[in-house]
Design a protein around this ligand. Sequence first.
Ligand SMILES: *Cc1c(COP(=O)(O)O)cnc(C)c1O
Length: 395
Amino acid sequence: MAEKKSAPGEIGINTRLAHTGNKPSDFHGFVNPPVVRASTVLFPNARTMETRAQKYTYGTRGTPTTDALCDAINELEGAAGTILVPSGLAAVTVPFLAYLSSGDHALIVDSVYYPTRHFCDTMLSRLGVTIEYYDPMIGAAIESLIRPNTRLVHTEAPGSNTFEMQDIRAIADTAHRHGCVVTMDNTWATPLYFRPLDHGVDVSIHAATKYPSGHSDVLLGTVSANAAHWPALTEAMVTLGVCVSPDDSYQILRGLRTMGIRLERHQESAMAIARWLESREEVARVLHPALPSFPGHELWKRDFGGASGIFSFVLKAEPETGKAKAHAFLDALSFFGLGYSWGGFESLALHANLSDRRVAKAPSEGPVIRLQIGLEDVADLRRDVEAGLAAANAV
Ligand SMILES: *Cc1c(COP(=O)(O)O)cnc(C)c1O
C-alpha cells in the first residue's frame, strides 16, 4: 500500500518506529528507557523549588518514561505536544472539556464511537454545551450547520462500525473560517496511515489501547495538538489531574516498535477476508473503505496511506430473522472471540448495535457484523467465517 503518502519526513516509517522516543545515551546506553515510578520529585534548593526551574517537578506532570512515549507520538503525529490519558475515551473527553464552555455549540459526526456520544449527551449537555450530530458525508456543506456559538467540530473517519469516510480537509477548512477547533478520532488509521494534523485537524485523538498496544492488555489514550491548541490541552490535563502509569506508557512505547509490520499484516489479511466476503451470496455489502465498491473509497484513496484490520459486513436477512442469524453466525466462530475493543493480535467479532444513529442510519439489508482481523493465518480465519455463514444460513 502507498504508506509513503502519510509517512512523516523522509526516512521510512518502520525505521522511525524502531528509533523514535528513546535516547539510549541518556540512560547509560540501555536501548529502552527506564520505567520511572514517581509522585515526589526533589529540588536541590529552595530557589529552584520556588521557581520550578527544573525539567521534572511532580509525577502527574510527566516522567522520563511518559516523555519517551510523548516524544514518539509527537514525531508520528507531527504535533506540538501530546498528553497521555488513561483510556481512548478519556482522549476524547479531556480535549472536549479543554475547548468547550457553557453556552457553546459542538458538531459531532453521527457515526461517532458510541461512548463519545454518551459523554456528549450526558455530562457535556449537563454542563451547558449544545450538541448536534451531522452526516459523516457532509463535507464543506457543514457550513450550513455552523452557528455563531459553534466552537468545536469533531470528526472520526472511518466512522465506528459502519466506516463512513469524511472529507476532513473540506470540513477543517470550513470550520476554521468560523473559528472552530477541529478534533479527530483517528484510532482506525493510526498516524501511520493518516496524519490528521497534515489535513487541517487541530487535535488528533488516539485510543492507543488498540494498535499501539497491539496485545489487548493495556488501556491508554493519546491527544496530540498543533501549536495553537497545545496550551489549552496541557492546561486541561494538569487541571483535571489526569495522568497515566509509567508501566502502561512503557508497554505502549514497546508496542510502537512492531506496529508498522503488525498493521501491514492486519491490512493484508483484512483485505483478503473482505474481498472474499464480497463474493459470498449471504453478504449484502462489505463496509471497508479500501474496497472500490465502498461509497467513501475515493476519499480513502485520496487521503489515507493504508487500511487497518477492522471492518464490517451486512448479512442478508429479513428484519424478523436478522438478530437470530447474527447470533448464529457469532456462536459458530471458534478463532474469532466475541469481544469489544480491537487492534490486538487476536480476531474478534460482534453484532454492531446502531440504534443510536440519527443521520447515518443502519443498513436496511440485515444485521451489521464487525470483524477485527488479527494476526492468525487467513485460511483458518476464512474457514471460521465460513462456518459462521453456514450457521446463519441454517436459521
Ligand atoms: C476503542 C475506541 C476508543 C476508546 O478507547 P478505550 O481505550 O477503549 O477507552 C475511542 N475511539 C475509538 C474510535 C475506539 O475504537
